[in-house]
Design a protein around this ligand. Structure first.
Ligand SMILES: Nc1nc2c(ncn2[C@@H]2O[C@H](COP(=O)(O)OP(=O)(O)OP(=O)(O)O)[C@@H](O)[C@H]2O)c(=O)[nH]1
Ligand SMILES: [Mg+2]
Length: 299
């Protein structure tokens, strides 16, 4: 009989350091959306990596930030904090040589925890001077009693095997918690909505309405095609106009890009219909957040 290991690893860090990119590359499939913009991830999402004798459940979390004026921000920070309780390892991710106040803040939240913390230095492909990496690792090692310090490039796929290998001994022995074919704990409806949100993030530069969200209203599996209807909720009519674009060109592009990715994910042909709706002030309304699944109910 083989002894299996199974445990949860939380990816935490400030926004934009590459947490979701790293999870996707470890899993080998895109389940968590990514973008150049900070605060792309809004919900905790599990990615499941199963090998013959171990299963790593990766918890990708929203980037942690100081200041919690809006209910949406509070909900995002809360989703990240709550994830830390009960995990077996924490991967604290930073962006190459860029050590900021935001990183310092995240690190301050780890003080006093008994969970092993890995420092994962991501984006090493961006380093001009590779020789400076070792002294940098040594300097950061002084900030905390890290269990391991692992430099990686999530995007380039560098050193990911080493990270995975280093994590395994920290997983408790035990049976797998997920089926070996599972890649995430979220349903396809959720991921489809996220993919639409990602395309909006990527299509819209600085005009992106930050407090925008996507809801899947209809999901119907017909024999040869899956019909998906989704609403994009914004706060103002001006934002609606931006999203739709001249003659509808922007929303069309968002729809096409999202459809292709959803088709790839579910392996079926998809007919995707999008509506842009104005819902004023939702991001600061706890109840609306709850109804959209932004606030996790205590179990
Ligand atoms: N050059 C380089 N870019 C990377 C790497 N990993 C991630 N990125 C880029 O960094 C940006 C942010 O990546 P995300 O994975 O969305 O970052 P995140 O930490 O999940 O961000 P939030 O969800 O906003 O907290 C994207 O544009 C990625 O393509 C890397 O190893 N090298
Ligand atoms: Mg993310």
């Amino acid at each position: 009989m083989i002894h299996t290991r199974c445990g949860t690893v939380a990816f935490i860090g400030r926004a934009n350091v590459g947490k979701s990119t790293l999870m996707n590359h470890l899993i080998g499939q895109k389940i968590s959306i990514t973008s150049r913009r900070p605060q792309t991830t809004r919900h905790r999402i599990h990615g499941i990596l199963t090998r013959e004798d171990y299963q790593i459940i990766i918890a990708d979390t929203p980037g942690i930030h100081e200041g919690e004026q809006l209910a949406l921000n509070r909900a995002m920070n809360q989703a990240a904090f709550q994830t830390l309780a009960g995990v077996d390892v924490i991967c604290f991710m930073v962006d190459a040589f860029k050590w900021t106040r935001g990183d310092e803040y995240v690190l301050s939240l780890l003080e006093g925890l008994s969970t092993p913390v890995f420092l994962v230095i991501n984006k090493i492909d961006t380093l001009q001077d590779k020789k400076a990496l070792l002294p940098h690792m040594a300097k950061l090692s002084e900030k905390y009693n890290f269990a391991e310090v692992v430099p990686v490039s999530a995007l380039g796929g560098h050193n990911l095997g080493a990270l995975e290998e280093a994590l395994v001994p920290y997983l408790p022995e035990g049976p797998f918690l997920y089926h070996e074919d599972d890649i995430t704990d979220r349903n396809m409806r959720f991921i489809a909505a996220e993919m639409i949100r990602e395309k909006i993030f990527r299509q819209l530069g600085d005009e992106l309405p930050y407090q925008m969200t996507v809801e899947v209203d209809v999901w119907e599996d017909a024999p040869n095609v899956t019909h998906i209807h989704a609403s994009i909720l914004v706060e103002r009519t001006g934002q609606k106009r931006i999203l739709i674009g001249t003659g509808g060109d922007r929303i069309k592009k968002i729809g096409t890009d999202a459809r292709k990715e959803i088709e790839e994910l579910i392996g079926r042909k998809v007919m995707l219909k999008l509506w842009v709706k104005v819902r004023s002030g939702w991001s600061d309304d706890e109840r609306a957040l709850r109804s959209l699944g932004y606030v996790e109910e205590p179990k």
